[in-house]
Design a protein around this ligand. Structure first.
Ligand SMILES: O=C1O[C@H](COP(=O)(O)O)[C@@H](O)[C@H](O)[C@H]1O
Length: 253
């Protein structure tokens, strides 16, 4: 790992543009290095932030982007819980990413088949790698410390073989989901957590500064060779005592 950076912004309004610039800079680098930028998206609060900030970037060219999903809920695309459905309506419709550049699940399958099918699509999209190495994964964290659909104390935390796993008993609805596993997440070239709001303050302290008991899922994201960023706002950072960066709104990360 190249070192974790915890970067605190006054509010989500200042964090959003810095996140968009970080994505654009990693995209430029990936396009120069290997002609494609692979981006893993998460759901929840990230959807509206990205849908506002990415289309606002001047000259954003997504024609060579590949977007996948760090996790997805097994519901039809027109269900309000579908992460793909939300991004399709709010983001993909505003940027020039080709349809072939979006790797979505097949929600008509059983959860087991859906995970296998999505893993196959990912492997086909990364034919040179045993385990797909994404240029950038964007992750959120729930108030229980979950990330992707990897929940505290769940057996999936110990998965070592599958790159994508089904989950049929998600404690957060909807219960059926598919999720990237740690072996794949921790191979990414860059992982960025985005966490905002006072409701995340106490779990953020536990994840970033440690606590009693087993490490929470978000704390187990430790890229083996890649960068790790935590982009948070002041309310989420309220309980932290560790050293953080406070770069201001024009930050380039
Ligand atoms: O259920 C989910 O929750 C997490 C966290 O969402 P947030 O709204 O608290 O940011 C999200 O990262 C994940 O993709 C989603 O399925």
């Amino acid at each position: 790992m190249s070192g974790r950076r915890v970067v605190v912004f006054p509010s989500a309004a200042e964090l959003g543009p810095a996140l968009a610039h970080l994505i654009a800079s990693r995209a430029d680098k990936a396009l120069l290095d290997h002609g494609r930028f692979s981006l893993g998206l998460s759901g929840g609060s990230l959807v509206s932030m990205l849908s506002k900030e990415l289309p606002a970037l001047p000259d954003l060219d997504c024609s060579h982007w590949l977007a996948g999903f760090c996790d997805e809920r097994l519901v039809p695309f027109d269900d309000g819980e579908s992460t793909y459905g939300l991004y399709k309506n709010q983001l993909f419709s505003k940027i020039n990413i080709p349809d072939s550049g979006v790797l979505a699940i097949d929600p008509s399958l059983s959860v087991q088949e859906c995970a296998e099918d999505y893993a196959r699509k990912l492997k086909e999209a990364f034919p040179k790698e045993d385990i797909p190495v994404f240029d950038l994964l964007l992750l959120g964290m729930g108030p229980d410390g979950h990330t992707c659909s990897l929940f505290p104390d769940h057996p999936l935390l110990e998965e070592t073989q599958k790159i994508v796993a089904p989950i049929g008993d998600s404690p957060k609805p909807p219960p059926q989901r598919v999720t990237m596993t740690f072996p794949m997440v921790n191979l990414a070239r860059c992982v960025v957590f985005v966490s905002t709001g006072g409701s995340k303050a106490s779990v953020l302290k536990q994840v970033l500064e440690g606590g009693e008991g087993p490490a929470l899922p978000a704390a187990r994201v430790v890229p083996s060779h890649g960068e790790l960023f935590w982009l948070i706002d002041e309310p989420a950072a309220a309980s932290l005592t560790l050293q953080v960066e406070r770069p201001g709104s024009a930050a380039k990360l």
